[in-house]
Every structure is written in C-alpha cells, then in structure tokens.
Design a protein around this ligand. Sequence first.
Ligand code: ADP
Length: 502
Amino acid sequence: MDSSSNGRQDRGYILSLDAGTSSVRAILYDSFGVAVAMAQRPLRLGFPQAGWVSQDAMEILSRSIACMVEVQVESGIHSDEIRAVGIANQRETVVVWDKASGQPIADAIVWQCRRTAPEVKELLGAGYGPLVQERTGLIIDPYFSATKIAWILDHVEGARARAERGELLAGTVDTWLIYNFTHGAVHATDYTNASRTMLFDIHALSWSDELCELFRVPRQMLGEALPSDGDFGRVSSDIFSHHPPIAGVVGDQQSSLFGHLCFDAGMAKNTYGTGCFLLMNVGREPVLSTHGLLCTVGIAAGGEVSYALEGSVFQAGSVVQWLRDELGLIKSAEESAEVARSVPSTGGCYLVPAFTGLGAPWWSSDARGTLTGLTRATNGAEIVRAGLESIAYQSADVLRAMEADCGMPVRELRVDGGAATNDFLMGFQANILARPVVRPGAAERTALGAAYLAGLSVGYWQSVDDLAARQAGERRYEPTMSDAERKELLAGWDDAVRRTLA
Ligand code: ADP
C-alpha cells in the first residue's frame, strides 16, 4: 500500500455517507477503494397508520452527522485528510422544510408509504399514466416523491400558501442533508435522485413544469438538479474544520450500479437484500418499458448520462427469514446453502413467494404464495432449496423482461447484498441465467459507488479504468447446467407462477 510510515495514506481518504432507510453509515475509503473505517447509527421508522411510513428528518440529519464525525475521530485521521464526501441515499423519501428556520414542517414521508394511494388512483383514472411514463420513465405510484410532497402541502396548515410564497423548500434525503451540511448554501439534488421524484423530465434532464403543475408541487420548492459528480458545495466547518467538498451524490441503487462499474450498455447488477433490486444500463437513450419496469437515470457523471431499466423482486432474503422463523427449517440464513446442497434437487417442488403479490414482470397485487409439486416424499431440505431457487427464478424473470424491453442481452450479472454471500444461490443463479454471476471481493457496493463518484470528481482517482484496476478478489460463478435441464426447470417455474396467478 502507498501508505506513509505512520500507517496513514498520504493521499488521504474519501468519506462516503450511505443514508439508508434503516440505518446511516459513514465509511472511509482509501485510494485502493478499501473501506478502512465505518460508523453506523440506526434510524427509526414510524407507522402512524396502516400503510403509512414516516421518519424524523432531524434524526436522519443528526445521526448522519454523528456517523461522519465518529468515523473521522475513531479512525484517528485529521479532517484535512478527507479529500471529498460522497452521499448515497434512500430514494423517493421526501422532506419539506422552512427556508428561514431550516426546520422540517412535517415528518419525512418514506418511499414505502402508501398514504397517497387515493390521489394516485385518481390520476391513473384520469389517464395520466402514459404522459408520466413518457416524461419520467416511471409508473404513477405512491412510491415516488411527487404525491408525497403534495400531501404535506395539503395536510400541514398553511403549507401550500407558504410554499407558493417561496417560504418552504422540498427535497429528497440527499437534498435535505446537503442543505444542512452546507448551512443552507446549497439546495440541490442529482439527476439519479431527481429521476425518482416523478417531477423530472429524464429526456431534458430538468424539472418538468407540466408535471409540477399536474402533481401540484410549486417548482420553486425544488433545488437545482446536477450530475452525480457535480459541485454540491462544502461540508460546513462545524462538522469538518477543513470543510471538504461534497462531490458525489447518487441514489442508493444507482450508487450500487456505479460501484459495480456497470458503465456500458448491457451491464447489470442485482442487490440481494430483503428484496432484490436489479438495474441494467441500457445506454444513452431512455427505454420505456412495456413489461412494467421503470426507466431511470442510471449514471450521470463524467459529462455523460446513461439510463437504466430497474425492476425489483419483493421477496428475496425475506424468503430465507421465513424458512427460518416461520417454518423453522433452518437455524440461520447462512445454513440455508448447506441444507439446499444436502439434496440433489427440489424433487419437482417450487415455491412462489408471492407473500405480498408478484412484481415485475407479472404485476399481481392479489396473488399469494404457493408451494407446488409436493409429494408424500417432499422433505424440509427440498423446501429450503425451493426457497433459495425462487430468489434466482424471480431475478431471472426481471432480467428477461429487461432484455425484452431493450433488445440487448446481459452478458453477466454483478451481485451484492446480504444474500449474495450464499454460494448455492449464486451458483444456481448463474445456471438458471446461463450466464456468469460475478460477486466483487468487498460485497458492499452502495457506499462505494458514491465514494467513487466523489473521488473521480475531485481527481482523487484519475479515471474509471483506475477504479477497475482496484477491484480485487471477485468471485465468478460460471453456468454448468445443461440447456435441457435449465429449460425443464424454467418450464416448471413458469407453470408454478401460472398456478399462483390463477
Ligand atoms: P437489507 O439491506 O434489505 O436489510 P441485507 O443486504 O442486509 O438486506 O441482507 C439481509 C437479507 O439477506 C436478509 O433477508 C437475510 O435473510 C438474507 N441473508 C443474509 N445472509 C444470507 C445467506 N447466507 N443466505 C441467504 N440469505 C441471506
């Protein structure tokens, strides 16, 4: 390592803040892209009514600052060794605050919150779906920010009038943090976050006046939208005396896409957490999905923009938790790989974990889970295996839909997230896709993507080739299954899904 005699690097560090939904983490990266120190704080979620999800915006802010300060102090580095700060954040969640006092006027409404379902139903009924998809790449849904901002303006007394007078500001979590880190000097977001608000024209790369009017969000509440490697000001000196630049800002899933170095069209990543998030780089032009996928700004850096198709699998790691906690078939998530390998196959059994319906490309909110192909001989290990395999089948379905939408094949799938550590699952994923699955040495990509963006932006790293040279220790899973076996298994899965939908 190019470290000096005192064990530190002369080149300093990049600090990445991963402001997630259940926790915030600050990670220091050295010039090899290696995480050398980390501080983490949990975040609380509020559930004020069935289907509603909120968070305290001040808690997000104070715990973010606490993590940033802690990682610097505990690692023993000086604040002037932090060359730049990157932010990767939970997307779609909104904060509305008073411009004069800086105080939020309501709790943040979290991406999972369904409170604006009635407004969304009305907009869909009025036929706005195609217009919104054409401008934003999104499907009108309570998930995205627009109706959440309008909800706050409609439900906090006097808020709408104040917003129209220019007294209130709005933003996603990145915008809220940047505004506060810079003491109100910068009110901005990046294109990837903006593209999740349902107010951003992904072709023109600017806020859409037409959509602001449709969703009743005063345009002046929104900050400036910049590329992810833009100039987002400097962290104020009461956090870091040396006030490093905020030079990388990106939505968490796009950050993972960047962290996996999926810079070219046809490259894709899958993050296997509680659910799965798949993103595929589709190149320089947006691709509007006909399979219920989203089109979003994927990468906006280095003077170029690439678009991505995005799809998610609702139940992934949660299936493993279900096998462990509800069925008691495994003692730990890790044990699932060994148990699955203890049988040669599922014995014709399929689990379709439609616990909350089925997402892309099936889209059925009424569907519920099924176990098919059971015989008197079916055993627990076969059900565990069917559970793990279901994660791979569902991911393959999303990937197939992406390929059908953009007419481009994915050459290999890059993976991260908690369940991507499962070797059985990754091997099966490669087999069922008939393509290699690649897991990088350090599986955590979300914080790394924002660090890469910030580091490239300030010249800490010279180029994306410089980054590629620093990716060490990846594990490749090559497909080994015969075409005939794969076809038979996929036919069985398709049949099980058909029964589930029926
Ligand atoms: P999230 O960010 O959604 O909280 P993580 O990336 O932390 O998710 O991954 C946690 C999920 O991964 C849990 O649902 C857990 O059941 C699953 N998981 C963790 N380790 C394994 C494993 N070895 N095999 C299968 N699933 C696992």
